[in-house]
Design a protein around this ligand. Structure first.
Ligand code: ATP
Ligand code: MG
Length: 769
C-alpha cells in the first residue's frame, strides 16, 4: 500500500509522521509526557517493516518485557504475525540472547546461569567466610554495590586493584580487601558458568570490543536500532548501543526517544547526559531532531499542573507542552488524619468515581513512592470489594518454594551453578548438613573444581555418601534427557525425583498448602511456556528448552513479575518507578508527605530533590482525566507513629488547578490578589480549600463522560451533523470552511451562553453522533 495513505500514518500528527517515516540515519525525539514518543517508536517499527526490512533486523529496546510485548501486539495489527520476530525487549533480555549465541567467545557455556541479587549476595557471603573476614565489617550488600558500580564503569578486577581512588574509598570504609573479593567473585562466577545482571551488559561490551567479527555480524544484522525511555539508559548501555551502530557495517539507523524531565534512574547510574551526547555523537551524520509538543493523554488542568511543578527544576531542556482535551476536572486533594484514613478515603473516592464517571477498575491506578505503602490500600480495596493487583514487591519467582524448585532446574541446565547447588543439596533434607557441605567446598577450592564435581569425589560417611549419590543421580538422570525432553517433562520429573513435591504434599498446614499451590503453579507456568507458540528468528532455534525458560524468568523485571497472578478488571497498585510510560483515566498519587515523597534519602541534596520532583512529575502525568493527590498527617513507619508535613510538591501545584471542596466555598465577589493567592496555595496544602479567581467554578466539569467519549476522524465532521464535544456538550455543525488540512467548523452548542464556536478540526476532538 502507498505508505502515505496507510492508516497507521493517518493516526499521527505531522511531526510524529516525519519521525516515523524518516527511517534513514540517526533520529532523536525529545518530548514531554503523553506526546506520543512510544507511539512514534511503535509505528516507526511497523513502517520500517512495511518498507521491506525483515523483522529480525530490528532491535527495539524497551523498559520492561511487558512494554515490548505490547509494542509487538500493536505492530502486529499493521504487519501481521511476523511482528513476533522483532528483537524487542529489555536491554538485559536481548543482550542475554546475544550472549547465549556467542558465549564460546568469552569462555562461557551456552547454558550459562543468570545469578539474581540473592545469588550474588550469597556468593559474596561465602567468599567473605572463606577469606576469614569479619562479616560485620565486610557487609555483603555494600560489597555487592561496589562491585556492581565497578562493572558499570567498566572497571575490571585488574583495573580496580590499581585504582588509587577506589582503594582509598575502601580503606576509608574499613574494607581494604574489596578488590580481592571482587576478583574472587568474578572468578567464581566464571567457574560456575554464571553471569549476574551487570555481567549481561559488561560481558557484551567486552565481546563487542574484543571480537571484531562478532561486532560486524550484529552491525550488519540490526538494520535499525530503537530505544524507548532513552533518558534512563546508563553509560554502559549507551556505549553498547553506540558500538552496535558504527560504520562501516551498520547503516547507522538509530532512533532514540526520551524526556529529560522524566529521568528517574540516576540512582542506578542513568544519565540524561546521554541525550545531550547523542546530538554530538551523531551530529556528523545528518541527525534529525524532532520535538513533539502536543500532549494527547491528559486534560489541560493536568498538563498545566505538570508544567508548573517541573518548572521548579532549574536544569532542563526547554519544552512546550499543551493539550486540547479540554480543561477537565480539577485536581482533588485528600487530606487524611492518618494512613488508615488515607486508605479508606482513597477507596471511597474510587467507588464514587466509578459510579459517577462509569470507570472500570482497570482505568484506575494508585501510585506510591515505596512498595511498603501498598498494604493499607490493599486492605481497604478488599473491604470495599474492589479487585486490584499489586506490581513489584515480592514476586512469584522470589518465593522460597518457587526458588527451591528452580534451583534444581538450574542444576540440570548447568551443574556448575554454585548457588543452585547450595540451595538444593540438602533441601528436602537428606542428611547432607553443614559439615558435609564444608568438606565439599574445601575439596572444590583445593582442586579448583566445581561443588558438584567435588561432591562426587569427597570422602563422606556411608549414609551421607548414599544420599549424595541419590542427589547426583536425580540431576544426571534429568540431564541425560535434556536434549530430547521439553522443559515441562524435565521439570515434572525433577519435582518428583527430588522429593520436593512429596515434601510439600506432606505439609498439611495452611501455609504448607499455599506453598504446594505455588510449586504447582510454577509447573503449570512451565507447561504453558512449552505449549504457547512462539516464533524465534533464524538465528536461534525454536526453543522450548529448560535453559530458555530459566532465562526468561531470570530476566523478568520487577515490573513484569506479578503477571502470573491475575488479569482482568483490576485497580493497579504500583510504585511511581513502575508506572513509567503507562496511562490511566484516573490516577491517585498517595503519601505526599515530606520525607516520604520526597524521600528522606534524597532530601539533603539539590540533585536528589530534583530527581524526586521528576518522579512526582512522572506520577501526575500518568493521569488522563482525573488526578487525586493524598497525604496523611500521621502514619506508622518502622513501627513508630510519625507526624508528617505535607509534601512540598503539593505547594507547587497551582492553586487554581485544585478542586474547591464545597464545604469551604467563599463569597463570589472576592477580590483576587497575589497575597491571597499565596495564602490559598498554602491553605490548599493544609487542607483548607482555595478560592478561585471569580468565586464561581472557572472550569466547568466536562459535559460529556470522558470514559465513553469516542472522538471521530476529522473528515466525518460535516455541515448538518450533530456532534459531541468533551467540554461544550452537544452541538450542531453549521458550516465547515478552510483548506484541506486546516478545516474549521462552526458549531452551535446550545448549552453554552455564547453558543457559536469556531473549532479547528485538526486539533479538536469531536464525536459525530
Ligand atoms: P511518556 O513520556 O509518558 O512515555 P509518550 O510520549 O510515550 O509518553 P505515548 O504513550 O506514545 O506518549 O502517547 C500518549 C497517548 O496519546 C497514548 O494513548 C497514545 O495512543 C496517544 N496519542 C499519541 N499520539 C496521538 C495522535 N497523533 N493522535 C491521537 N492519539 C495520540
Ligand atoms: Mg512512552
Amino acid at each position: 500500500p502507498d505508505p502515505q495513505t496507510s492508516s497507521y500514518l493517518d493516526s499521527l500528527n505531522d511531526v510524529q509522521r516525519q519521525a516515523v517515516t524518516t527511517i534513514d540515519g540517526p533520529v532523536l525525539v525529545v518530548a514531554g509526557p503523553g506526546s506520543g514518543k512510544t507511539r512514534v517508536l511503535t509505528y516507526r517499527i511497523a513502517h520500517i517493516i512495511e518498507q521491506g526490512t525483515a523483522p529480525w533486523e530490528v532491535l527495539a529496546l524497551t523498559f520492561t518485557n511487558k512494554a515490548a510485548r505490547e509494542m509487538k501486539e500493536r505492530i502486529e495489527t499493521v504487519v501481521g504475525k511476523r511482528a513476533s520476530y522483532i528483537w524487542a525487549g529489555t536491554f538485559h533480555s536481548l543482550f542475554a540472547r546475544i550472549l547465549r549465541v556467542e558465549a564460546q567467545h568469552i569462555g562461557y557455556p551456552t547454558n550459562f546461569t543468570i545469578y539474581d541479587t540473592d545469588d550474588t549476595k550469597s556468593l559474596i557471603g561465602s567468599i567473605i567466610r572463606e577469606f576469614h573476614l569479619d562479616k560485620q565489617v565486610y557487609q555483603a550488600n555494600a560489597i555487592k554495590n561496589r562491585i556492581s558500580s565497578a562493572k558499570s564503569s567498566l572497571i575490571t578486577p585488574k583495573l580496580y586493584e590499581k585504582n588509587e581512588e577506589l582503594l582509598a574509598q575502601d580503606k576509608m570504609a574499613n574494607m581494604p580487601l574489596v578488590y580481592k573479593i571482587y576478583a574472587a567473585y568474578v572468578a567464581r562466577c566464571k567457574q560456575a558458568g554464571a553471569m549476574d545482571f551487570d555481567d549481561l551488559l559488561f560481558r557484551l561490551y567486552e565481546l563487542l570490543q574484543n571480537h571484531p567479527e562478532v561486532v560486524a555480524k550484529y552491525r550488519e544484522k540490526f538494520k535499525h536500532v530503537l530505544v524507548d525511555e532513552f533518558q534512563d539508559t546508563n553509560t554502559l548501555q549507551y556505549a553498547i548501543i553506540k558500538r552496535l551502530v558504527q560504520y562501516p557495517n551498520s547503516p547507522r539507523n538509530i532512533c532514540v526517544v526520551g524526556d529529560d524531565a522524566q529521568s528517574i534512574y540516576a540512582f542506578r547510574g542513568a544519565t540524561i547526559q546521554n541525550i545531550l551526547d547523542f546530538e554530538n555523537d551523531f551530529g556528523q551524520h545528518n541527525i534529525r531532531v524532532f520535538k513533539l509538543e502536543q500532549n494527547y493523554r491528559s486534560t489541560e488542568n493536568i498538563v498545566n499542573t505538570a508544567n508548573a511543578v517541573i518548572s521548579y527544576n532549574k536544569r532542563q531542556i526547554q519544552k512546550k507542552i499543551w493539550s486540547d482535551k479540554g480543561t477537565g476536572d480539577k485536581i482533588n486533594i485528600i487530606k487524611a488524619v492518618d494512613d488508615n484514613e488515607e486508605g479508606r478515603r482513597v477507596a471511597d473516592t474510587i467507588l464514587e468515581q466509578k459510579n459517577r464517571y462509569h470507570l472500570q477498575n482497570s482505568d484506575i491506578a494508585i501510585l506510591y513512592r515505596t512498595n511498603s505503602q501498598s498494604r493499607i490500600f490493599e486492605e481497604y480495596l478488599r473491604r470495599f470489594n474492589i479487585a486490584y493487583r499489586v506490581y513489584g514487591g515480592q514476586s512469584f519467582y522470589q518465593r522460597k518454594e518457587v526458588k527451591d524448585l528452580i534451583a534444581y532446574l538450574r542444576m540440570v541446565v548447568n551443574p556448575n551453578d554454585e548457588e543452585a547447588f547450595r540451595r538444593s543439596i540438602n533441601h528436602p533434607k537428606r542428611g547432607i548438613g553443614g559439615t558435609s557441605v564444608s568438606k565439599v567446598t574445601d575439596l572444590a577450592r583445593q582442586q579448583n573444581i566445581t561443588l558438584f564435581e567435588a561432591l562426587k569425589h569427597v570422602a563422606l560417611p556411608n549414609r551421607t555418601r548414599h544420599a549424595a549419590d541419590g542427589y547426583i543421580h536425580t540431576i544426571e538422570q534429568a540431564q541425560a534427557k535434556a536434549d530430547t525432553a521439553n522443559a515441562y517433562e524435565l521439570a515434572d520429573a525433577i519435582a518428583k525425583g527430588s522429593g520436593l513435591t512429596d515434601m510439600l504434599r506432606n505439609d498439611k498446614s495452611i501455609e504448607g498448602m499455599g506453598r504446594l499451590e505455588n510449586h504447582e503453579a510454577l509447573l503449570d507456568g512451565i507447561k504453558s511456556f512449552v505449549e504457547e507458540d512462539t516464533l524465534i528468528d533464524t538465528d536461534t532455534l525454536p526453543d522450548k528448552s529448560l535453559a530458555t525458560y530459566l532465562q526468561n524468568i531470570a530476566l523478568l523485571t520487577d515490573f513484569d513479575s506479578n503477571e502470573e497472578n491475575q488479569t482482568g478488571d483490576v485497580v493497579t497498585l504500583m510504585s511511581v518507578h513502575a508506572a513509567k510510560g503507562l496511562e490511566y483515566k484516573s490516577v491517585y498519587v498517595v503519601g505526599l508527605e515530606e520525607k516520604l515523597f520526597p524521600s528522606w534519602m534524597s532530601m539533603d541534596s539539590m540533585e536528589g530533590l530534583d530527581e524526586e520532583r521528576r518522579l512526582f512529575y512522572v506520577a501526575i502525568t500518568r493521569a488522563e482525566f482525573y488526578l487525586t493527590l493524598s497525604y496523611a498527617n500521621t502514619r506508622y513507619r518502622y513501627g513508630k507513629m510519625v507526624m508528617n508535613e505535607p509534601s512540598r510538591f503539593l505547594s507547587e501545584v497551582p492553586a487554581d488547578a485544585i478542586e474547591n471542596t464545597s464545604s469551604n466555598r467563599r463569597s463570589a465577589d472576592h477580590e483576587y490578589d497575589e497575597v491571597s493567592r499565596q495564602r490559598e496555595q498554602r491553605a490548599s496544602v493544609t487542607g483548607v480549600a482555595p478560592r478561585n479567581r471569580r468565586g464561581t467554578a472557572r472550569f466547568a466539569a466536562p459535559k460529556v463522560d470522558p470514559a465513553t467519549f469516542q472522538p471521530s476522524p476529522a473528515e466525518e465532521v460535516q455541515t448538518g451533523r450533530n456532534v459531541l464535544h468533551l467540554k461544550f456538550g452537544e452541538g450542531k455543525v453549521i458550516d465547515v470552511d478552510g483548506g484541506a488540512d486546516n478545516r474549521i467548523a462552526t458549531i452551535h452548542f446550545s448549552e453554552l451562553p455564547q453558543p457559536e464556536k469556531r473549532i479547528m478540526l485538526k486539533f479538536a476532538k469531536l464525536q459525530v453522533l
